[in-house]
Design a protein around this ligand. Structure first.
Ligand SMILES: [Zn+2]
Ligand SMILES: [Zn+2]
Length: 348
């Protein structure tokens, strides 16, 4: 039985890089201040009894009456809630692009199952700009862009800090807390936008469409109007050991399709993939993970990301790099995210 608790709002990213390791707990201790800055103890703020992190469901991005206008050039037009003017934007926000600018950022096309296949085609992100949203729909998404940008920046800094350690010493612990539903919506936005640009086509030339049973009206209401996701849709983080080289500082977007139908897709950043799925993916993955802990063989400290959901009971993921001390993690081939150890409850 999961006890009920008061949910507090949290629609952003909070970070604590001064946190120290305690052998009894991963993450901030229940009796310490909550990382959100409320000056409450974590256990009476965002830390739940099961050691996951919880927050009130975020407010819908757009509330109130619909405009009744469907702008034919806007991918949110199914919501009948557009403005007349259009905007020009990357479907990946400028902030996130800044995080990945130095990287080899690519869009990977293809793959007929959820298991990443070798065959793919890469498209540069900068090729994918177009007018795809009306001003009203576009402006409403900026909180998601801010949250995702800060989160991915934190994950990249953490990966860099862990992997650039020499033979001696420890990397510092770090804790990052993010509103889980906002990260999930940002990923939906990226996927939705990438499809809407129609600049991405399958090898056989078939136009992308979402799989049968996924309507753009439904996705529009999930994204902008706070409609609940159907059960088992949404964010998944695969827990399979990464096969083949993983470049820690590379970013890519992958689409999962069967024929012309899109089953989902995801963003790979700092060695971990964040998938949006419209059905449970056929690979080992955790739906809406509670926390993602990053560790490295030979080190005691950790980096941790907590995703706040509006309920308890979500599962943790531990990612353990098998790169030992003094092993260079930047020279390819880099298999630094090698083992994912599931089910190990933190704080126990
Ligand atoms: Zn708090
Ligand atoms: Zn619109």
């Amino acid at each position: 039985m999961i006890p009920t608790m008061t949910l507090r709002p949290f629609e952003r990213v909070a970070r604590d890089t001064t946190i120290t390791r305690n052998p009894r707990f991963f993450g901030p201790e229940p009796d310490h201040y909550c990382p959100c800055g409320s000056r409450r103890k974590a256990r009476s703020c965002h830390r739940a009894a099961d050691h996951s992190w919880v927050a009130e469901r975020p407010r819908p991005l757009i509330t109130g009456e619909r405009t009744g206008y469907a702008n034919p050039n806007c991918y949110g037009r199914a919501g009948n809630d557009c403005s007349k003017s259009m905007t020009r934007e990357h479907f990946i926000s400028a902030h996130v692009l800044q995080q990945i600018r130095a990287d080899d950022a690519t869009i990977e096309i293809g793959g007929t199952t959820w298991i990443p296949a070798g065959e793919s085609r890469a498209v540069g992100i900068n090729a994918l700009t177009s007018k795809i949203l009306c001003a009203r729909h576009n402006h409403a998404l900026s909180p998601l862009d801010n949250v995702a940008g800060q989160y991915f920046e934190a994950m990249r800094l953490d990966a860099k800090s862990m992997m650039s350690q020499g033979r001696k010493g420890e990397f510092p612990c770090a804790f990052t807390m993010i509103c889980g539903p906002m990260l999930e919506l940002w990923l939906l936005k990226v996927l939705f936008g990438a499809v809407a640009t129609e600049s991405i086509r399958l090898a056989d030339g078939a136009a992308y469409r979402f799989r049968l049973g996924v309507t753009t009206a439904q996705l529009t209401d999930i994204l902008w109007r706070g409609q609940e996701w159907p059960s088992r849709w949404g964010l998944y983080v695969p827990t399979t050991p990464v096969t083949g080289p993983t470049r820690m500082l590379s970013t890519h977007i992958r689409f999962v399709s069967v024929g012309p139908e899109i089953l989902g897709g995801g963003v790979m950043i700092a060695g971990l993939e964040y998938l949006i799925a419209f059905e449970p993916p056929n690979l080992p993955a955790i739906h809406r993970p509670a926390v993602i802990t990053f560790q490295r063989r030979g080190y005691k400290n950790w980096k941790m990301a907590a995703l706040c959901w509006p309920e308890q009971g979500h599962l943790p993921i531990n990612v353990v790099s098998q790169r030992g001390r003094g092993e260079d993690s930047y020279s390819p081939p880099d298999d630094s995210v090698g083992v994912v150890d599931l089910g190990r409850r933190f704080g126990r």
